[in-house]
Design a protein around this ligand. Sequence first.
Ligand code: AGP
Length: 604
Amino acid sequence: MCGIVGYIGKKNTKKILLDGLKELEYRGYDSAGIAVLQQGEFSSYKATGKLINLQEKTKDFITDKFAVGIGHTRWATHGKPTELNAHPHVGESSYVVHNGIIENYAELKKELLTNGVTFLSQTDTEVIVHQFEKNLKTVSSPFEAFKETISQLQGAYAILLVTKSEPETIFFAKNGSPLLVGIDTDNDKYFASSDTPLIGYCSDVNYFEDGEYGYVTPDTLRIYSKEHQLQEPHFTKLPTNKLSAQKDGYRFFMEKEIYEQHDVITDTLLGRLSESSVHFDELETDFFEGIEEIKLCACGTSYHAALTASYLFERNSKIKTSVEVASELRYREPILSKDTLFVVISQSGETADTLETLKMAKNAGLKTLVICNVDNSSMVRLADASLLTRAGVEKGVASTKAFATQVTIFWMLSLYVAKEREALSQAEIIEQVALLREVPSSVKVSDALHERIKRLSKRYLHGHGFFFIGRDIFFPLALEGALKLKEISYLHAEGYPSGEMKHGPIALADPELFTIALLPQHLLYEKAKSNVEELSARDATICAISPLVFDKADDFIQTQSHKHYMLEFFEMMVILQLLSLEISIRLGNDVDMPRNLAKSVTVE
Ligand code: AGP
């Protein structure tokens, strides 16, 4: 997804911009560019593909004086990923970068074209710079022109704009797409669309709210609310540790993040468990008062965590629970009743569809909760309450440790609600709390396990597709296993409830159809086993994952013998993640930045 950086000051502007864009690479992009205004003249460079291409183009460009600069990584929405469509976009004497979508760009463009403006790109963004320059001709100052431009835009945006008509200024605006400003010890200002590019440069940052706009100069930072009131900035401390954002010797971030699961789940549990109950300091004691139903809503992997949670809420907390795909819920005019707790789940806290459903629920007067990995993200700021997953920065586009911590939080939350509603006996809660403490060890990757999966992976590089099958709570895990495989290996994979195979999909069974079968010991083992036997009888190639030896499988990954199905769930989750990773590596794919995908999907 698109990323933004900006800088105003006397330091090496080119380096700051390119380093910042590098930090945003993990979000996924297909072109990048920068524009720098130095001694009254603009220099702009753009390149398609990886950042190395932009670095190559700018290798002789020197920024050793006061300058203002903006940069962007673009993930194509309107128009192909070409150099002309890459940001920054230029007008007569100004440049703009933008994240989000300008919904009324077509109307604005039509009018600008009638005024004789020439467009160079197919993007929605380009209208911003031309509209600004049009306004500049009729108002008293560049700031007024910028303000006027913002008021004419509909849609979601984070915008930085620089112009020769005010060469020591960066104009900014934020609505629905994240944007923050940081300050260093020399009072130089830095912009970014997430905080990673600013780590190491700034100690304090201000996250803009929706509707805010303004400008920075070497000495000032002016922020206006959407009601045009001058705002005081609210600076908060930025984390300083960049180490966790590096690969630590692993081949890919995804691999590092799979191995990190033991530690991050330990963090997720920290301070939240006592002998006999679960505590969330973040929740008011009466938070669940009057709540009769839970509605969970998310996208992608977070949606699979939500599905998993629905089994836990109904089984442990005995509360009616439904699950929604955010992009579907948005437009289907759902009936939202006030005794429903609306829970959104998001690693990033910025996913556009999920964020919009949160706004919908708030507008309908529902109590809202977000399960999120990023503090200060849009969803965390908007929801009534938030539970942070504490997974740390997740750089691999394929989500792993975020999912693991989301499921951990949900297991805890189901016990928390169970206690409130007296849905489980005290003894049952004590038993599950003790099991929760065993989750970190269940996700530890042993050398033997990783080696086994590495060897096995070479047998699964072809064929005409994969079925991942499981029953009950292992069905959402099967869905997640299939999503993991398809997003990084580009092989076709589907997740199915094991019992559904005979209702259609089994017709595909043959030796070139690979079935990854989840056979936990403690949940419907016999039933799931007969479903796999049906596939085996039709000569499908089967890789069974189970603690119990299964001789009808072609391949078998034996898991440890656990006391509870949730511990089996977590161990199998790791196996599925490693299997996708190793297949993808063998196929020579870019595991961390798979084609066509972005880490944070901030457009609908
Ligand atoms: C997971 O591997 C994905 N790449 C993707 O499905 C992701 O989970 C989805 O886009 C939702 O993101 P979020 O959790 O940041 O909201």
